[in-house]
Design a protein around this ligand. Structure first.
Ligand code: AMP
Ligand code: GLY
Length: 424
């Protein structure tokens, strides 16, 4: 296998790190990659949606498999593009096509899918600009807080949770009439608020069979105690202490299996990963959202816990030989804690020298690059320190120890990753 991974985050570093141990760095390419992926393969400085350039690069380097890390290339139709070209259709793009990718890229599409298949999720309705009045009436029929979601991709910013009815109505108007989130909010999903604790489950699939990866919990807010703005993720833990065998059984029977069957039933060209963003409400799992890829920073804990060959699973999927099962997983805990640039997720500076730096095996890079000064910051989220432990505390302690050895100007990280899980 000669694989091109699309992306430049710690998720892509973790995937490249795992694949390196299986197929060797000479068979791994990452576009555009970062200073960490460089240690696992060859970085190609091409944007994930520059399909023309990716095509030439794949042909030149005999790439036979493409692994999109983030949703961007999937939503822009990377699989459709490679399948439509005679000289690239032999390349196996491990993702859904653009239409099936709507499971992530359109919230209305995902909600309709769940409703048709009776998959537990919040009650909802969707509205366009011509249905503004109906939208107001629907809001009036709900109890606060009100959940408003831009239908399309909005870089994690398209969900508003509001306590006040008038504020919710005003926001609905801004989304539909004033394109608050651009064309992503041409349609708005309004849904019932669910009160519970969130977690994530992942299935690798060929559209027919599936392998269940370890579950994880991520930490999205910038501030301790889950306060402040949303980020791309500040940390993650796997396994999830409240993911009991009862929760697992319900998740499998009510959500995972019906979803995979539903993809086939609805003739969707889906393969790659289904990321189930779930919430446990009174002991029952419900779907908050689907993604068509692995999560970040969840990947930085679930890939290190995977005790099986990832490349073999991808090859099995390609050859139609995948059999449904739960992936073998190490029993150890894994924790990851992200070091970010001061000011992130708002304004921050790049190019800060990263001092005292010694690479360790599972210190995954995100916004890093090498220049004449050595290693420098190149983004908001910079390094994800992943560690194993016999307990969650042990894994966390080890990640925090790693971060005390890293330093750059205005480096920040949350000190409370996993604290909410100690009671389980
Ligand atoms: P999404 O982009 O759909 O994952 O939503 C972003 C975040 O908003 C989720 O991770 C939840 O924390 C929150 N959220 C979304 N939908 C709901 C809901 N129906 N009830 C409560 N919280 C929600
Ligand atoms: N950790 C959430 C995401 O990857 O969307």
């Amino acid at each position: 296998m000669r694989i091109l991974i699309l992306g430049s985050g710690a998720r892509e570093h973790a995937i490249a790190w795992k694949l390196k141990s299986e197929i060797g760095s000479e068979n791994i390419y990452i576009s555009p990659g970062n200073a960490g992926t460089q240690m696992c393969g060859t970085n190609a400085n091409i944007g994930v949606s520059d399909f023309e350039s990716l095509k030439s690069y794949c042909i030149e380097n005999n790439i036979d498999t493409i692994f999109p890390g983030s949703e961007e290339a999937i939503a822009n139709g990377v699989r459709d593009y490679f399948e439509a070209n005679d000289d690239t259709k032999h390349i196996y793009v491990f993702s859904p096509d653009k239409f099936a990718g709507q499971l992530e890229s359109s919230k209305a599409f995902a909600k309709e899918f769940m409703q048709e298949l009776s998959i537990p999720t919040a009650a909802y309705k969707s509205f366009t600009i011509n249905e503004l009045e109906e939208g107001y009436s629907f809001l009036e029929s709900l109890k606060p807080p009100f959940v408003l979601k831009a239908d399309g991709l909005a870089a994690g910013k398209g969900v508003l949770i509001l306590d006040d009815l008038n504020h919710a109505k005003k926001s609905l108007n801004e989304m539909l009439a004033n394109q608050k989130f651009g064309s992503a909010s041409d349609k708005v999903v309004i849904e019932e608020y669910l009160d519970g604790i969130e977690f994530s489950v992942f299935a690798l699939t060929d559209g027919d069979n599936y392998v269940i990866f370890p579950e994880a919990k991520d930490y999205k807010r910038i501030g301790e105690g889950d306060t402040g703005l949303n980020t791309g993720g500040m940390g993650a833990i796997s396994p999830v202490p409240f993911y009991t065998s009862d929760v697992h059984d319900k998740t499998m029977n009510q959500i995972v299996i019906p979803t995979i069957k539903g993809l086939k039933l609805q003739n969707l060209n889906f393969r790659g990963f289904v990321f189930f963003g779930l919430i446990l409400v009174d002991g029952n799992p419900m779907v908050i959202e689907y993604n068509a890829r692995l999560g970040d920073p969840e990947t930085e804990v679930i890939i290190p816990r995977l005790d099986e060959s990832l490349s073999q699973m991808i090859m099995d999927a390609k050859r139609g030989k995948l059999t449904s099962k739960i992936a073998k997983t190490v029993t150890k805990y894994a924790a990851t804690v992200f070091a970010v640039s001061g000011g992130y997720p708002e304004h921050y500076e790049k190019g800060k020298k990263i001092d005292n730096f010694s690479d360790s095996d599972t210190l995954f890079h995100a916004g890093t690059k090498r220049d004449n000064n050595g290693l420098v910051t190149n983004g908001g989220r910079v390094l994800a320190a992943t560690s194993y432990g016999d307990s969650m505390d042990e894994a966390l302690k080890s990640s925090y120890d790693t971060l005390t050895k890293v330093n750059f100007n205005r480096m920040f990280y949350r000190k409370d990753i996993g604290h909410d899980l100690k009671k389980y």
